[in-house]
Design a protein around this ligand. Sequence first.
Ligand SMILES: Nc1ncnc2c1ncn2[C@@H]1O[C@H](COP(=O)(O)OP(=O)(O)OP(=O)(O)O)[C@@H](O)[C@H]1O
Ligand SMILES: [Mg+2]
Length: 386
Amino acid sequence: MNFRLGIIGGGQLALYLCEAAQRLGVEVAVFSATADAPALQAADTAILGDADNAADIERFLGHCDVVTFDMEAVANETLNQLYLADAEGRIAVRPGPDTLFMLKDKALQKAWLQAQGLPTLPFSVYPGAAASAESFMAGLEVPLVQKARCGGYDGRGVQILATRQDLEKLWDTPSIIEPCLQGCREISVITARGLSGELHSYPPVSMDFDPGLNSVRTVSMPAEIPADLAARAVRIAEQAVDKLRGVGVFAIEMFITGDGELLINEISPRVHNSGHLTLDACNVSQFEQHVRAVLGMPLLAVRQHSAAAMLNILYEESLREHCPATPVAKKHAARRTTLYWYGKAPGKPGRKMGHINALAPTADEAVLLANQTLNKLSAQREGYAA
Ligand SMILES: Nc1ncnc2c1ncn2[C@@H]1O[C@H](COP(=O)(O)OP(=O)(O)OP(=O)(O)O)[C@@H](O)[C@H]1O
Ligand SMILES: [Mg+2]
């Protein structure tokens, strides 16, 4: 394999992409704005730079044949620069910069979903600063959800407006407003599309959220939903990725309404937190599948060999002494758990520091096992013995 892979973004998603690529014999360059990004330590070439600086990006492109991303929040100027480099045949950018341009903006993404006839909640676009919130909200019924058009992640940039009083909390920022589906279930489908258009999806996973943070706490696979609903979810996810003509792995988050209807919440043009358990529960991880897709290698048919659960390890003070300074994965074969640390510096409450994957005969047992492992970790004073 002669291709050199470049990844824009150096977080844990880039770290596991990097490791998967290297196992396939591919050289990897990682571009990051922060010196302590987890993937920089694993990269063959680590490029520290400002993503808005054309010269920094140019320096990075000198080490790449194919460029991909571990995040969608890439500035338009940079996307434009990548688009031109691709058009000139100097590199290939996968998925395409136009796909990122559209998906990173929740208003453009929702408009696209509607235009394609894909199921999603109705929405309005709130322009922010110049608009009068009162007249804008007059015709809308609470409860509502406000989401910043760009730049939100892990629930930051999302707020629930439960009562009319809450409307005073409306952020003065360009956003979308949509009805709030209280108490609905959430699933995610990870779908890969190869260069020649072939599609392979993982079984839908269930996502349980921390209601305070609107951020994922537990993911389990398979989602405990009827087989016909799971098949429908995969069909919708594949239709969406096919319509995007996307190359790579995509995460399609969906709500299941009380009537059993599936609505797309959002699409991420990249590997995703909800796919971490594919590292241990499947024949091929989302990371390897993404690398295969963007490099034009054949995708593998997905086989799930165990029910599984994934628990995010969010930073809290009791974890301070456990967090290793470099990325590490500790597999406990007998207990069927793996503890992944991202090597991030401790200190920011709620920050994703790592995750636990647990395998068990059923998804419920796997959730229990993952929670036991996390509790044990929090209770321990010394480093985790696995
Ligand atoms: N319309 C809605 N009704 C009820 N809950 C919602 C709604 N929209 C979002 N949420 C809750 O907020 C979470 C985060 O919203 P969303 O996925 O749109 O934002 P994000 O910050 O981009 O996501 P991520 O956590 O995937 O980075 C959802 O997974 C869900 O739990
Ligand atoms: Mg989301």
